[in-house]
Design a protein around this ligand. Structure first.
Ligand code: PLP
Length: 400
């Protein structure tokens, strides 16, 4: 009898984490490696948020809270949704979990029966298809390339819906592309969804505070309130507040689904850390200026990286609206050979040779269900970004 369950064979380990680990190992060997593979802010958590956590420890807020999160935090989440989007959620319509990842996991596991379909626009975050597969569901990948700004059209959505469709999983702005839907584009998708009352929408808005060039991210329910009764509006503290290690994700959704997610969470992790929850209340309802300061820095880095990458022969990079990623195409590099004699047939060959020859770690597009591209995270300092892009230019210029 096998020790490891068959269901684990159906999923892959996160390739982003695998490449980050490989880069770390090369660094440990003494190689000069610049890692642009991790989806994590390089900023420290803002002072006021850390102070709130310290105060919580001192006050003895160190016990279990409600499984779905302390009432004070669920109220803070409601305040966030109202302030940012004018959308009303009652505390009973909110769940707090151990990161946004657990919110997605719980929503999918609580709703998908064998064979149910989830529509996932690609390029997509690595975990969505695997979570759906783990729940015995079927990921239905809808490709949206650079030529359409990495965003699906209403026609593509309509064509992907079948009687088995349970979810559309939207990520706005997107990891790995940084693409974000405008209010008009969301409205057009909503028109399709209104014609299909059995389809639920999971909107992962975790990067919504990080948008550039005057672009303001909207959330689906604010654009089309009639979808509120079948939408999960997910957010979290990891990205905008530089709190990846604190593990705070949250969502607003109809009570019947929140109750199901609460039930599942109650038999797995229970509440996320009470101390992180106190910090999250401060993050969501305290001063927001540090978010704006970090956003401005990301915006400059985005422009720096897009400019430098477009000078690399064979690479084409569009300017994304948000998040902290770019997703350039490497089509012009495929079929060539590196200066060190390695043949580049795929995006994976490209990132492997780039890491080995130039010590730059990036993630291949096929890890995001979209070959022919690679992802760079620009959540790192300007000097490293400039050096990494210079190495990419040299690497591409050496291809024959
Ligand atoms: N959603 C997207 C699109 C992400 O990129 C990530 C993290 O990389 C998450 C959700 C999960 O973040 P966390 O679990 O840290 O809240």
């Amino acid at each position: 009898m096998n020790l490891i369950a068959e269901r684990l064979d159906r999923i892959a380990p996160s390739q982003t984490i695998a490449i980050t680990a490989k880069a770390r190992a090369l660094k440990a060997e003494g190689r000069n490696v610049i890692s642009l593979s991790a989806g994590e802010p390089d900023f420290d958590t803002p002072r006021n948020i850390k102070d709130a956590a310290i105060a919580a420890i001192e006050k003895g807020e160190t016990r279990y809270t409600d499984v779905a999160g302390a009432r004070a935090l669920r109220e803070a989440c409601a305040t966030y949704f109202r302030r940012e989007h004018g959308v009303e959620y009652k505390p009973e319509e909110i769940v707090v979990s151990t990161g946004g990842k657990q919110v997605i996991f719980n929503a999918i596991l609580a709703t998908i029966d064998a064979g149910d379909e989830a529509i996932i626009p690609a390029p997509c975050w690595v975990s969505y298809p695997d979570i759906v597969t783990l729940a015995d569901g079927k990921p239905v990948i809808v490709p949206a390339g650079q030529n359409q700004g990495f965003k699906i059209t209403p026609e593509q959505l309509e064509a992907a819906i079948t009687p088995k469709t349970k979810w559309l999983i939207l990520n706005n702005p997107s990891n790995p592309t940084g693409a974000a839907y405008s209010a008009e584009e969301l409205k057009a998708l909503a028109e399709v969804l209104l014609r299909h009352p059995d389809v639920w929408v999971f909107t992962d808005d975790i990067y919504e505070k990080l948008t550039y060039g005057g672009f303001k991210a909207r959330t689906l329910v604010a654009v089309e309130p009639r979808l509120k009764e079948r939408t999960v509006t997910m957010n979290g503290c990891s990205k905008a507040y530089a709190m990846t290690g604190w593990r705070i994700g949250f969502a607003g959704a109809p009570v019947k689904l929140i109750k199901a997610m609460d039930k599942l969470q109650g038999q797995s992790t229970s509440n996320t850390s009470s101390i992180s929850q106190a910090a999250a209340v401060e993050a969501l309802t305290g001063p927001q200026d540090s978010v704006e300061e970090m956003r401005k820095v990301y915006e400059k880095r985005r422009d720096l990286v897009v400019g430098l990458l477009n000078k690399a022969p064979g690479i084409h990079c569009i300017t994304p609206e948000g998040a902290f990623y770019v997703f350039p195409s490497v089509h012009g590099c495929l079929g060539k050979t590196t200066a060190s004699g390695k043949r580049i047939e795929t995006d994976e060959d490209f990132v492997t040779a780039l890491l080995e020859d130039e010590g730059v770690a990036a993630v291949h597009g096929s890890a995001f269900m979209f070959p022919g591209h690679f992802r760079i995270s620009y959540a790192t300092d300007d000097a490293s970004l400039t050096e990494a892009c210079t190495r990419i230019q040299r690497f591409c210029a050496g291809l024959k």
